[in-house]
Design a protein around this ligand. Sequence first.
Ligand SMILES: Nc1ncnc2c1ncn2[C@@H]1O[C@H](COP(=O)(O)OP(=O)(O)OP(=O)(O)O)[C@@H](O)[C@H]1O
Length: 240
Amino acid sequence: MAELIEISGASYAPSGVPVLDDITFSSSARRIGIVGRNGSGKTSFARLLAGLIAADRGSVRVASADVARDRKAALGAVGILFQNPDHQIIFPTVQEEIAFGLLQMGQSKFDAAKGVAGILTRFGKTHWAGAAIYRLSQGQRQLVCLMSVLAMQPKVIVLDEPFAGLDIPTAAHLTRVLAGVDATLVQITHDPASLQGYDRVLWLEAGRVAQDGVAADVLAEFSQAMQQLGEDDDLSDLAR
Ligand SMILES: Nc1ncnc2c1ncn2[C@@H]1O[C@H](COP(=O)(O)OP(=O)(O)OP(=O)(O)O)[C@@H](O)[C@H]1O
């Protein structure tokens, strides 16, 4: 049987620069972490998994959908939350923003309005419906993004460090919301501690899979390697 996430020999090399190289990863685990150093390809992996960029070689499927080519199916299969909500939000009000994804999925205006009302009710935020997004705090804007993703009920949600810029209580609140979500989470992070209780971890290095396996094992090796690098001076080398 196919796994929920099926990535096979995927490479991504915009203008000839190899950013992701021959990535093969398949999993139906519920909680997946992606770790790696700056520039190792984590964000590109997230975008590839969400179908926002297409692999030059290989294939990327989520819930059987070819996410880069079948965008309508992809919206129901995988959602993504970025670090900066302002890179995601395009509409002036909360209800328009949440409705957008539902309309993109092919829902009627009536059904999309019902979906918006449903998700706002679930989060106790019906009074936000007509609110101007520019007046919300960054944490509130991130919650709008999260509600927009959840309204589409994707099977997989990719988190590209969405709480990195938030204060501790706001991050804790949103982390709690996510912990209760009935979807597979793929979380990109620099912080192994935020992957506590996760099932599987993929460690990327220079666009390739460095390790992939049981979360506790991979995280232990990753943490040790990062600590070792921190003790060395590896900032000296300039890229060729
Ligand atoms: N469209 C592109 N064209 C050229 N180079 C790119 C492109 N996209 C990404 N890169 C390069 O690929 C490498 C990996 O980038 P990516 O943002 O995926 O890494 P990352 O692991 O998320 O990094 P960070 O932890 O710093 O956010 C970087 O060197 C980046 O500059």
